[in-house]
Ligand binder design. Structure first.
Ligand code: AMP
Length: 542
């Protein structure tokens, strides 16, 4: 027997419609790539998103066509999200930090029809336009008066296109399983793979993002999603902001602590989210200037492991609650989050901090299992590590165009490529990426644990650990560090510092100092590049 409730398709246009009707005067504030700041309301935003949909129709965009964006977080970028996806096309957020060859590959693979780009990225696209095979229209996201001289064929001004429309448009209704957004991940081997989100998956993910235990967003929140809209949907925050009526502040191309701090103070930010590097920069800025975090109450940190020293400093010195989160492009991205559950409430502050360093407990809608190589579930004892497997309605089923074949294992589990354990309270801890684990004498050394321990050294700015061939042990850890300005640490000093923090047999066999560590397009340390750099290295004693 079937239930007898309404079939109301879960479409992302419902978010912006909800915001415009129920929170019409709530603001969206946006820093502009061409300079200056812009602010308007959700009511005005929805009209512009509708005008954007009308403009896309005039450009020939049809249901299911891909509309690419190469843009920073801005009100225009969000208009395109709602305009393109709302009309039934697919918003393809392209990461401008990728190499030009990767940009060409993914835009051709996606068969993008229109490319909407910030003025900042015009030279980048001019250099590769000759290789883009499917783009019919280039739209530069500025007013006509700011249009640059460009070799991009028939380049159009976004403002001119949008303002030519009347906004007399109703969001169409269609199947909630329709594709909504596309985002490529380079986390796997080989070519980047496209993750094709549906309206339904984004809608359910947003409901979860708005749950009390998750990002801390309510209608009275003021949110600054520093995480870019091209990185796994800015962790779903633009949808969640509209869905709740929270004030949304978008930082455009600015990621420096000074601009971010100004926004936090001037706009009264209460909730924000970003990768650890952004918050490490902010901490240094706060410590150097003696400033505080004004009204900020919650920061969600994810994308890479958040060091204990950083979590502690934000909470102790600035009264900001840190929620450590884990996720990936393939999980939309929210998978787990470290808010406190009843089981740990009575623990000491130190014990709670230990748990906060873990990647959090699975959210409703994402099931987690730690499995061995044969697919057997391992105990949730906080010690036994294995492959982190996930499944749920916003977890990928297959990559765009079937790349990499069947992704799911027995029981529909998706192998995240992370190695993790889960403790008795349900908190998951990433111990490594499967390919970054250091296999020493048949035992595993967690590169992440070693890095976190090393970066707590006051003279160290950034640290990475890679496995290097060793004739006796197969692999041993090499610690690669960037020093704080004018500082220096020897291998012996570092190992003495680490001695009470990790097992003795984990201590790095050597320490290399570099001026800079390589980072990927999503801001993570690129172990692949680092391994390449040190491919001819051998340990002195080996
Ligand atoms: P991406 O698809 O680029 O977002 O990358 C996803 C990967 O980032 C995950 O599979 C993890 O390896 C890593 N990751 C995400 N969040 C965390 C975290 N809080 N701690 C450690 N690694 C993380």
């Amino acid at each position: 027997m079937l239930g007898q409730m309404q079939d109301w398709p879960l479409l992302v246009s419902k978010f912006i419609e909800h915001a415009a009707i129920n929170h019409p005067k709530r603001e969206i504030v946006s820093m502009l790539p061409e300079g200056g700041q812009f602010r308007y309301t959700y009511a005005e935003h929805e009209v512009r998103a509708k005008k954007c949909a009308q403009a896309l129709q005039k450009l020939g965009v049809k249901f299911g066509d891909r509309v690419a964006t190469l843009a920073w977080n801005s009100h225009r970028h969000m208009e395109i999200w709602f305009g393109a996806s709302g009309m039934g096309a697919v918003t393809h957020t392209v990461n401008p930090r990728l190499f030009p060859e990767q940009l060409v590959y993914i835009m051709n693979h996606a068969e993008d029809k229109v490319l909407m780009l910030d003025i900042t990225f015009v030279p980048l696209i001019e250099a590769i336009a000759g290789h883009l095979t499917s783009i019919e229209h280039y739209v530069i996201m500025v007013g006509k008066d700011k249009m640059p001289e460009t070799s991009l064929k028939g380049a159009l001004s976004y403002e001119e296109l949008v303002e030519a429309e009347d906004g007399n448009y109703s969001w169409p209704e269609f199947d909630e399983n329709t594709a909504c957004g596309l985002c490529y991940t380079s986390g796997t081997t080989g070519n980047p793979k496209g993750v094709l989100y549906s309206h339904r998956s984004n809608f359910l993910h947003t409901l979860l993002a708005l749950a009390g235990d998750t990002l801390g967003i309510t209608s009275t929140s003021v949110i600054l999603p520093v995480v870019p809209m091209f990185h796994a949907n800015a962790w779903g925050i633009p949808f969640a902001a509209a869905g709740s009526g929270a004030k949304l502040v978008l930082n455009g191309p600015h990621h420096d602590p000074d601009t971010l701090h100004n926004l936090i103070v001037e706009e009264g930010i209460t909730v924000t989210a970003a990768v650890p590097t952004v918050w490490l920069g902010m901490l240094k800025y706060l410590q150097a200037t003696g400033k505080d975090m004004a009204k900020l109450t919650t920061v969600t940190i994810g994308g890479s492991a958040a060091p204990r020293s950083m979590i502690e400093a934000f909470q102790r010195d600035y009264g900001v609650r840190v929620n450590h989160a884990w996720g990936m492009t393939e999980t939309s991205p929210l998978g787990s989050l470290g808010s406190e559950n009843a089981a740990i409430q009575s623990l000491s502050e130190e014990e709670k901090l230990d748990i906060q360093c873990k990647q959090g407990r699975s959210v409703l809608g994402v099931e987690m299992s730690i499995q061995d190589d044969k697919g057997n579930a391992l105990p949730r004892d906080g010690k036994t590590s294995g492959r982190l497997m996930v499944r749920g309605p916003w977890v990928v089923e297959s990559y765009f165009r079937g790349e990499a074949g069947n992704l799911l294992e027995e029981g529909n589990w998706f192998d995240t490529g992370d190695v993790a354990c889960i403790d008795e309270y349900g908190y998951m801890q990433i111990t490594d990426r499967a390919k970054d684990v250091i296999k020493s004498g048949g035992e595993w050394i967690s590169s992440i644990d070693l890095e976190n321990a090393a970066v707590a050294h006051p003279k160290v700015a950034e640290a990475a650990v890679i496995g290097i061939f060793h004739p006796k042990w197969d692999e041993r850890p090499l610690l690669v560090v960037v020093m704080e300005e004018g500082q220096c640490v020897t291998h012996e000093e570092m190992n003495a510092f680490l001695a009470d923090k990790v097992a003795k047999w984990w201590l790095p066999d050597d320490l290399a100092v570099v001026t800079e560590l390589p980072h990927t397009a999503t801001g993570k340390i690129s172990k692949k590049t680092l391994r390449e750099t040190f491919k001819d290295y051998s340990f002195p004693e080996a």
